[in-house]
Design a binder for this molecule. Structure first.
Ligand code: ACM
Length: 267
């Protein structure tokens, strides 16, 4: 399967321009599965709940419909992050769209910093979607910091994890190598570049370096820190079904949940 990322530079609030730019890059990009960044049409640094509400759209809105039209003509799958407006509020979500339209939605479980002021935390768990015989899971950006999220997807059979991101810390790209090793899966991180300068609401610079990481801990594709780009490479998703990391160590069956305990968030 030819898989890759599209690294974009959204301009805050310019939803239709950002969407068109992403579609132009997609049009130019080879690949059967391509991943776009988190919130790639809206930008990231919201100043109020009202602003987010106005920029958000439902899962059957113009953004998903436009990407679905692209996928129908190109016969491919695309994952991308969007602000999902629902009757109960706005989620930081990602769509999975294919040649036949919307396959499903994942809602970010672990909200980062000020996202907790604006977004609802994800309520859909960690679903695994079937795309052309391949099992695909999705994490959004800061989900990287919670190994349980990638583990849940691996236990549910995901072979590839799509990871739309708006990374501001330098850690996730390295952490995803560990997520790949400990779960024996592929991870495609699509990060954005550029700056959201929102004046009094703050300034954030995003770190680029989108990547594809593999079950053997290698990163055959790494994008630059600056600039829009796309890249793709051929992988064998079936490699992720092989969970033996030594002849005597299976990364899922060797777990010791009897020792781990339930844990407590109150610490
Ligand atoms: C992040 O979760 N967008 C840092």
């Amino acid at each position: 399967m030819l898989v890759g990322y599209v690294q974009t530079e959204p301009r805050f609030g310019q939803v239709s321009g950002n969407l068109q730019r992403a579609l132009d890059l997609l049009e130019d990009a080879p690949g059967e599965l391509l991943v776009l960044p988190e919130l790639f049409t809206t930008g990231y640094l919201f100043a109020s709940a009202a602003e987010l509400h106005d920029l958000a759209e439902p899962a059957d809105g113009p953004c998903v419909r436009a990407v679905a039209a692209h996928c129908a003509t190109r016969g491919r799958w695309v994952v991308g992050g969007f602000a999902e407006r629902t009757p109960q509020g706005v989620y930081n979500s990602a769509f999975v769209v294919g040649p036949d339209g919307l396959v499903g939605v994942y809602r970010k479980a672990h909200l980062f910093n000020d996202e907790k002021r604006w977004f609802l935390p994800g309520d859909l768990g960690f679903p695994v979607f079937e795309i052309g015989g391949v099992r695909l899971g999705v994490l959004v950006c800061f989900d990287w910091c919670f190994p349980e999220a990638a583990r849940s997807l691996a236990l549910a059979g995901a072979q590839i994890i799509a990871h739309p991101s708006n990374l501001v810390l330098p850690h996730a790209q390295n952490a995803m190598v560990t997520r790949c090793l400990e779960n024996q899966v592929f991870v495609i991180t699509a990060n954005r570049v550029g700056v959201d300068d929102r004046g009094a609401a703050g300034v954030l610079r995003f770190t680029g370096r989108s990547q594809v990481a593999c079950p053997d801990g290698t990163r055959p594709l790494v994008a630059p820190e600056l600039g829009e780009c796309h890249d793709a490479l051929e992988i064998d998703p079936g490699r992720a079904d092989q969970k033996w990391i030594t002849p005597r160590n299976h990364v899922l069956e060797d777990r010791r949940p009897d020792l781990y305990g339930g844990g407590s968030s109150s610490g």
